[in-house]
Design a protein around this ligand. Structure first.
Ligand SMILES: Cc1cc2nc3c(=O)[nH]c(=O)nc-3n(C[C@H](O)[C@H](O)[C@H](O)COP(=O)(O)OP(=O)(O)OC[C@H]3O[C@@H](n4cnc5c(N)ncnc54)[C@H](O)[C@@H]3O)c2cc1C
Length: 342
């Protein structure tokens, strides 16, 4: 059996897209399930807290670092199984999400194209049920395979057992946090119509024959649309949207809509999802707001940015201010999408 190389006192700055954070007392990168099991055993024997890391594009590491073992998931592998109409894709958790999406689009498979250009790993995608431009990853997942940290046994979760909802899944619950995702089976289609229901895509393809829009066209459109909204990760630190869009009752939505008639509406099973970007910009006037070296991105106020040298406490203070202002103006409580690790 091969060993694992556990390193000590590792700076977490380069392991998160915010480029912020102190040191992890222990850090290990695992490339196989066997290595993952060894890492979990190591943590167990040494009574260490565990943090499972993908690409770090949805986390904020504390300035004080993490007193425990960070396990970076680097399991690789991707296989397609073609049926007459459907395709199953079996993908290891450490694969890059967008490389995987690109491969499916290049093969003319449908389903994931609207989720193009989201940073991160495949294994993290179900955790918060990543979504963009009218599609959520849970819609395309057949099974999630995971290892239980407590008994080291493997378990298969059907889509239903994953309990996907808006930016949420079973894996975000206390019981779900016991699982490390190792691989996922996606169910894709060989023929489909493009999903252009989201406003930006609808506008992009306005006047074009919708029936002729291919998955590759959607991906190309999103390169332009997302490129204009999100900061360049090579230039700035960010973890994307810092807060989730809040979901309120239809009654509450109607009250806000009467005050702010342009407020966009997204009806959900449980109420109405509000556009927090609209509220931050048009209701709170916070677009481009800066606090020290942290701020709200000018092209998309939901996105918090480290303009250089910001610390976790700056981002957290910014979050507090924004949360307070939103509550004062709308009476709506907002919650972080980004996971704080400390
Ligand atoms: C510029 C930018 C744009 C973004 N756009 C979007 C968007 O459009 N839509 C969207 O939904 N998100 C978006 N995000 C957020 C982010 O890309 C996703 O949440 C992504 O899935 C995170 O992947 P990761 O590998 O970086 O996860 P990490 O940040 O490393 O981890 C996130 C969480 O998942 C857990 N985790 C990671 N891997 C595993 C695993 N194998 N098993 C168990 N738990 C695990 C971690 O413990 C942590 O709690 C964006 C982020 C950025 C920086």
């Amino acid at each position: 059996m091969r060993g694992i190389a556990v390193r000590r006192n590792i700076s977490l700055k380069k392991y998160g897209t915010f480029r912020i954070g102190g040191r992890a007392s222990f850090f290990v990168s695992v490339k196989t399930e066997e290595e993952l099991l060894l890492a979990l055993e190591f943590a167990g024997k040494n009574s260490l807290k565990i943090f499972i890391l993908g690409r770090g594009s949805n986390v904020l590491f504390a300035d004080e670092g993490f007193a425990g073992l960070v396990i970076k998931i680097d399991l690789r592998g991707l296989r397609f199984f073609e049926g007459p109409n459907k395709v199953l894709a079996e993908v290891q958790a450490g694969e890059d999400w967008d490389n995987f999406v690109k491969k499916t689009v290049d093969k003319n498979y449908w389903g994931l194209e609207n989720l193009s250009y989201i940073p991160g790993t495949v294994g993290a995608a179900p955790i918060q049920n990543i979504g963009s431009y009218g599609v959520e990853v849970g819609d395309l997942i057949k099974e999630v395979h995971a290892i239980n940290i407590k008994n080291l046994k493997k378990k298969i979760f059907s889509k239903k057992k994953c309990r996907f909802s808006y930016r949420h899944s079973f894996f975000k619950t206390a019981a779900g946090a016991d699982f490390v995702i190792t691989d996922i089976v996606f169910s894709l289609k060989k023929t489909e119509k493009a999903n252009l229901s989201y406003r930006d895509l609808e506008d992009f393809f306005a006047g074009k024959d919708r029936a002729s829009v291919k998955a590759l066209d959607v991906r190309k459109a999103l390169k332009i649309i997302r490129g204009a909204k999100f900061p360049d990760l090579k230039k700035f630190g960010t973890a994307g949207s810092f807060f989730r869009n809040p979901v309120v009752s239809v009654k509450k939505f109607k009250i806000l809509k009467s005050k702010y008639p342009d407020l966009p509406e997204f009806y959900e099973a449980k109420g109405c999802k509000l556009s927090l970007a609209f509220i931050l910009d048009r209701v709170c006037g916070l677009r481009g707001y800066k606090l020290k070296n942290a701020g709200l991105y000018k092209n998309q106020p939901l996105v918090f940015v480290n303009f250089g040298g910001a610390e976790a406490r700056d981002i957290l203070n910014l979050g507090k201010k924004v949360r307070k202002k939103v509550f004062e103006k709308t009476g709506v409580e907002i919650f972080a999408e980004v996971t704080f690790v400390g």
